[in-house]
Write a protein that binds this ligand. Structure first.
Ligand code: PEP
Ligand code: MG
Length: 593
């Protein structure tokens, strides 16, 4: 019994963010031991010594990270993630962090106090970022800050790699470096107070196939060593002190899950065709180049959305043309002849491109975001377009412009693209002159004029994550209005139908690449609406394929006609669930696993 912890009753349910699927059942290994920071003022005569102590901690942190890098580079399944450690090494050079802390020390604060203040300021900067992925890069700064504070306060590194017996790791937070050091044969799963879906730790957990739930806020204060815990990395449910009944139920679910996953393997190499022989390519969404490995593991047919903003993150200068060209070519090489849809920069404001001096915005989701930013920063845009065009000679590239809201905008993009093509012709540089041009459909105006936009481009890709936010006026990242964020709202179904109809009438391609595409329950509806291809988190591909192979487009159309007559999303979801349960009881009759 740990002092200060109240007794936890049987079957205490917590809900966090499930970031790596699978069920794990076991005893807790609590690895949390956070450095206690003593913030105090110092005398002017102590400044030099504190500056020295801080610099020593930076040097020591660098040594530690280099050592981990060496160890990790010997493990083939982790080698692709070495860049995370490089990011942490870069953070150790960050001027705001290092010079900022030294400035605080000179203002007569002790080293750990100074560092804590600067980390607080950096956190506040990250918290104001609209984009979820960018916001979560905060966790990398936190991980580096935590490492420095441990060194300064003399708290030793947590020995995650040395957990000897099979257990569930519980921690306030886990840095990517710690996650990399986990021994998969001992760590059954992990749960943390902090973290989000796109943190590096979450990405790594998926790579390592370790079930994980993050963002539980205060689980470390509730559990004690050896307490029994169940975690469900798919739904985000965590159960402390499970009763015998719950234990049995989850053991069965775990067996069903493991069996289901194995069973899905059967579909891996089968084509994704409906029973009326319509081929619906299932493609992968890509955030970082190393995720191509996942897309291939799950047999995704190429990349339907490569979010290039990830190349621009956490650095003081944007990547130049050559670096982008190399990065795109590397992905194309790994895609082995499958098409790769490269989306141009979808970033808001200048936060991660500091050499540009743009103002903060009161309403960034509706501000200088995505294509608006690119058209405003034409120099940057041209560099990216040149890199994409050049890369198109290395493989099958499609180019995608984000957040288009009117015809003039796409015409402006095409004009710049054609100008660059002419330039490349003059320079004798090769590119694919038939490169397909597409736009994201994610604003209400784009839906309303879809038939006009369809005459301008080769394909549409519907971004439901934003489309729902803008159509329903619901901030996609605001938990207070999350209950209104509803993919099955009749307005959304109509919007999707209008978009597909416009594309099909014009004879252009139409894909969906928002999260909705990866939801197997919606697969029949999406095919019935008229989508030609679906692009999703690669891990969702096998499940969606399993459903698609057992339904027909014709049945999908009949279902959509029925749904379009309904008035509420509740009615819509009831009909979809009933229909899918009747058609595919083996998949949908059970509670979701
Ligand atoms: C979308 O909005 O659905 C989408 C795929 O783009 P992102 O999530 O990157 O905004
Ligand atoms: Mg979007």
């Amino acid at each position: 019994m740990v002092l200060g912890k109240t007794k936890i009753s049987e079957d205490t349910y917590l809900i966090g963010i499930g970031v790596s699927p699978g069920i794990a059942i076991g005893a807790v290994s609590l690895v949390d031991q956070r450095p206690l920071v003593d913030q105090s003022l110092i005398e002017a005569t102590e400044v030099e010594a504190e500056l020295f102590r801080f610099q020593q901690s930076v040097d020591r942190a660098r040594e530690q990270l280099e050592k981990i890098k060496q160890a990790v580079s010997k493990q083939p399944h982790l080698r692709e993630h070495l860049y995370i450690l490089d990011t942490h090494l870069l953070i150790l050079d960050d001027e705001m962090l290092v010079e900022g802390t030294k400035k605080e020390i000179r203002a007569l604060v002790n080293a750990e106090g100074a560092l804590t203040r600067v980390l607080g300021q950096l956190r506040a900067l990250f918290d104001n970022i609209d984009d979820e992925y960018l916001r979560e890069r905060r966790s990398d700064v936190d991980a580096v800050g935590d490492r420095l504070l441990r060194i300064l306060t003399g708290v030793s590194e947590r020995a995650i790699g040395k957990i000897g017996s099979k257990s569930l790791v519980v921690a306030h937070d886990l840095s990517p470096a710690e996650t990399m050091q986990m021994d998969r044969s001992c760590v059954l799963g992990f749960i943390t107070d902090k973290g989000g879906r796109t943190s590096h730790t979450a990405i790594l957990a998926r790579s390592l196939d370790i079930p994980a739930v993050v963002g539980l806020e205060s689980v470390t204060s509730m559990v004690s060593n050896r307490m029994s815990v169940i975690i469900d990395g798919t739904s985000g449910v965590v159960i402390l002190n499970p009763s015998e009944e719950t234990f049995k139920e989850y053991l069965e679910r775990k067996q069903a899950y493991d069996y289901f996953e194995q069973d899905l393997e059967k579909y891996r190499d089968l084509p994704s065709i409906t029973t009326d022989q319509i081929h619906i390519p299932l493609r992968g969404n890509l955030e970082i180049a190393s995720d191509v490995v996942h897309a291939k593991k799950h047999a995704a047919e190429g990349i339907g959305l490569y979010r290039t903003e990830f190349l621009y993150l956490g650095r003081s200068q944007p990547p130049d043309e050559e670096e982008q060209y190399q990065a795109y070519c590397e992905i194309l090489k790994q895609a082995e002849g499958e098409s790769v849809t490269i989306r141009t920069l979808d970033i808001g404001g200048d936060k991660f491109v500091p050499d540009l001096n743009l103002e903060d915005e009161a309403n960034p989701a509706m501000g200088l975001r995505a294509i608006r930013f690119s058209l405003h920063e034409e120099r940057l845009f041209k560099i990216q377009l040149r890199a994409i065009l050049r890369a198109s000679s290395c493989g099958r590239v499609r180019i995608l412009f984000p957040m288009i809201s009117g015809v003039a905008e796409i015409r402006a993009c095409k004009k710049i693209l054609y100008d660059i093509q002419t330039q490349l012709d003059h320079e004798g540089i090769r590119y694919d002159s038939d490169l397909a041009i597409g736009i994201m459909i994610e604003t209400p105006s784009a839906v309303m004029i879809a038939s006009l936009l369809a005459t301008e481009v080769d394909f549409f890709s519907v971004g439901t994550n934003d489309l729902i936010q803008y159509f329903l006026a619901v901030d996609r990242g605001n938990e207070h209005v999350a209950y209104l964020y509803d993919p099955l709202h009749p307005a959304i179904l109509r919007a999707l139908k209008m978009t597909c109809d416009a594309a099909n009438e014009a004879g252009i391609g139409v894909c969906i690449c928002g999260e909705m595409a990866g939801e197997s329950l919606y697969a029949l509806v999406l095919v019935g609406l008229g989508f030609h291809e679906l692009s999703m988190n690669p891990a969702c591909v096998p499940r969606v394929k399993r459903v698609l192979r057992q339904v027909s487009k014709q049945d999908g159309e009949a279902l959509v006609n029925q749904l379009l007559l309904l008035s509420t999303s509740k009615e819509v979801s009831t009909i979809i669930e009933k229909e899918m349960r009747n058609r595919l009881p083996a998949i949908f009759a059970q509670p979701p696993i």
